[in-house]
Every structure is written in C-alpha cells, then in structure tokens.
Write a protein that binds this ligand. Structure first.
Ligand SMILES: [Zn+2]
Length: 217
C-alpha cells in the first residue's frame, strides 16, 4: 500500500470507510479531490481499471490522475456534469454500467457521494454476473478488421466489443480475444447499444452534449 496522508484516512472515514476496510473491500473504492483527481484507490478499483483499459495501471500510477481521463471520451461531459452536481448539491448519485470480461457479462453499480472539502467518494460494486449469451457471438480476431493503420483498436468501454474499421458504417463485434490480448493501443469508445441502454437521458437529446457523433453512431 502506498503511504497515504492523514487527510485520506479522514475523508474515507467521512464516507463510512476505515482505510483498513477499504483496502480489503471487494468493491472498488476511489477518492477524488476537489479537482477530480485520484488521491486514493483500493486494489479492487485498480483491478477494475485494468479490466476496462486492458493496460496495467498500478495504484501508484493512478494517483493524481484526473478521473475523467479514465472515462471514455464520449462520456466525459456526462460524468463531469454529474460529479459537479454531487459536489454542489451533496446528493448521492448512482449509475449502472457494464464492464464485461472475456468470459462473463458483468454489471456494476457506481455510487458517488460528497465528503468534506468537495472530495468525492466513488464506490463501484458488481451487481450481476452471468455467462455471455447467444446474442454476443464470438468473432475471430482478424487484425485488419479492427486495428487502424496507426495501430489503434477501439473498444466499447462497457460491453467491450471491438469497432470494425473501414466498413463505411459502424459495426461493433464481440472479439473476446482482444480482452485478454489487445492487438493495439486501446481507445475507449462507446457503442450505440450501450449508449442507448446506459445513458437514456442523454440519448433523448443526443446533440445537447455533442455525444451523438462522438459515440460512434
Ligand atoms: Zn457497448
């Protein structure tokens, strides 16, 4: 465990977590300062971050990172606004999202609450886990179909499907191999289905946030 200042322990306690318990928790726990930078996260949060990006980021590396840099680009305005609301109004906010692995469909619930000095405590718990069904047939990892010339592979940050390149229309396929062994630099995107399912309030006004275009429709 990296050394944490007393203020981390105090702010976690303000959100109902003793540091020792947060360290052992199965829920991902992350503490943000008023600038929305990570000042603490536990091992479970570190694991979730690794699953999301496919790249290893240790707790030390995550420390000081702006949380919005860890969010898929099309969703940054949405999370930025929700975090600001929690900071201003002090009302807890909950949001469901998917973070599937190669083997399992996994649903998570994120809870965000305000603590002292406009710090935010994020708690992310797995709510449901099931085997992938027939609606998500596994496709082979054909590099030319998914990886751009400059070596970028775009994956939906929720369902983890990979975006086909060069088809002239946007198609996302389930390529489980890319979850264990990404074939390039992974860029976090958001597929149309996840956008509609998890962000219906934005979906009703797709252009208010400029998200419609950015979500890769
Ligand atoms: Zn998706």
């Amino acid at each position: 465990m990296p050394p944490y200042g007393a203020e981390v322990g105090e702010r976690l306690a303000g959100a109902g977590w003793a540091l020792a318990d947060a360290e052992k928790a199965t829920a991902g726990i992350c503490l943000l300062n008023a600038d929305l930078r990570i000042v603490y996260c536990n091992g479970a949060w570190e694991r979730q971050e690794r699953e999301k990006s496919g790249a290893a980021a240790s707790r030390e590396e995550l420390s000081g990172v702006a949380i919005l840099d860890r969010v898929a680009e099309p969703l940054r305005p949405f999370y930025s606004r929700r975090f600001s609301e929690v900071k201003k109004q002090g009302q807890e906010w909950e949001h469901d999202y998917e973070l599937s692995s190669a083997e399992k469909l996994r649903m998570y619930r994120l809870k965000v609450k305000r603590v002292a000095d406009s710090y935010l405590l994020l708690e992310s718990r797995m709510a449901r886990e099931a085997a992938h069904g027939a609606e998500r047939p596994a496709m082979p990892a054909v590099k030319s179909l998914y990886v751009t010339e400059n070596g970028t592979l775009t994956m939906c940050s929720h369902c983890r499907r990979a975006r086909c390149v060069g088809l002239g229309r946007t198609v996302w396929n389930w390529v489980p191999e890319y979850l264990s062994a990404p074939a390039g630099r992974v860029s976090q995107g958001l597929c149309r289905e996840c956008f509609a399912h998890f962000y219906p309030e934005i979906n009703r006004t797709p252009h208010a946030d400029g998200l419609g275009r950015a979500a890769g429709r």
